[in-house]
Design a protein around this ligand. Structure first.
Ligand SMILES: [Mn+2]
Length: 219
C-alpha cells in the first residue's frame, strides 16, 4: 500500500455529504477508497454518488440496495422496482450500471488482517464461503442461527457480537447513532440518510472522520 486506505459507510444517495467527507479527509493521489455498499437510494442523488465513486476509482462493495436494483434490471418480469427506488433507477446511466454490476461482495487486505463487507458474516463458517444472501443482508442472528434484519428478530444479537475473528471486519448496513466498535469488527453505518453522519475510517492510522448530514432525507 502506498497511500491510505479509506473505508466509508453507507452513503445512500447523500452526494453532498460524500463530497464534504472527501474534502475533510484531504484525499490524495495514491489513497484508495473502499465504499461499504448501499451507495444508492434514500438520499437526494444516487447518480452523483456513483459518479463520484467512479471518478475516484473507489472499490465499492455490493450492498443489498444495489443487489435489488441489479436484480430488477436483469429480471424485470420477476423483480419489480419498488416505488422508493424508481428515482434511483431512472437516474443511473450506463456507466453507473456497469459499476454496480462489477461490485464485489468483499475486499480483503491481508497485510492488515482485515476484510471489508456490506452486511457481515455468520460466525459458524468461513467468511469466504458466504454468499450475497448472507453478506449483504445480515444484521442479527436469530436463535436458529439464521441471518435476519433487526426488526425481524428484535431480541437477537448483532452478528458482530458473535464474531471472534480473525480477520477484523469493517462493515455497514446496520445504522446506529455512532460507530459500533468491538474487538474484531467496526460498523461504519452512522445513518447519514436519516440525518445522522457519514463516517470514514482511515488506515493504517485507524482514525475516524465524520460529517454531519445536512438534513434528514429519509424517515
Ligand atoms: Mn444495507
Amino acid at each position: 500500500m502506498n497511500g491510505r486506505l479509506i473505508a466509508i459507510g453507507d452513503i445512500h444517495g447523500c452526494h453532498q455529504e460524500f463530497a464534504d467527507l472527501l474534502q475533510l479527509i484531504k484525499l490524495e493521489p495514491g489513497d484508495q477508497l473502499i465504499l461499504l455498499g448501499d451507495l444508492v437510494n434514500r438520499g437526494p442523488d444516487s447518480h452523483r454518488v456513483v459518479e463520484l465513486a467512479r471518478q475516484h476509482g473507489a472499490i465499492a462493495l455490493l450492498g443489498n440496495h444495489e443487489r435489488r436494483l441489479l436484480a430488477a434490471r436483469r429480471n424485470p418480469d420477476k423483480v419489480k422496482v419498488r416505488d422508493s427506488e424508481k428515482a434511483t433507477y431512472s437516474q443511473l446511466d450506463d456507466a453507473d450500471w456497469a459499476y454496480l454490476n462489477a461490485m464485489p461482495l468483499t475486499h480483503e487486505v491481508p497485510e492488515l488482517n482485515m476484510v471489508f463487507v456490506h452486511g457481515g458474516f455468520l460466525p459458524d463458517r468461513s467468511w469466504r464461503e458466504q454468499g450475497a444472501d448472507i453478506v449483504t443482508e445480515v444484521q442479527v442472528i436469530d436463535r436458529d442461527g439464521r441471518p435476519c434484519k433487526r426488526r425481524e428478530a428484535p431480541e437477537a444479537l448483532p452478528w458482530a457480537d458473535h464474531w471472534t475473528g480473525p480477520p477484523f471486519v469493517v462493515y455497514g448496513h446496520t445504522p446506529r447513532d455512532d460507530v459500533y466498535k468491538l474487538k474484531w469488527s467496526l460498523c461504519l453505518d452512522t445513518a447519514c440518510a436519516m440525518g445522522g453522519q457519514l463516517t470514514a475510517f482511515i488506515l493504517p492510522e485507524r482514525r475516524l472522520v465524520q460529517v454531519k448530514a445536512r438534513r434528514r432525507y429519509y424517515p
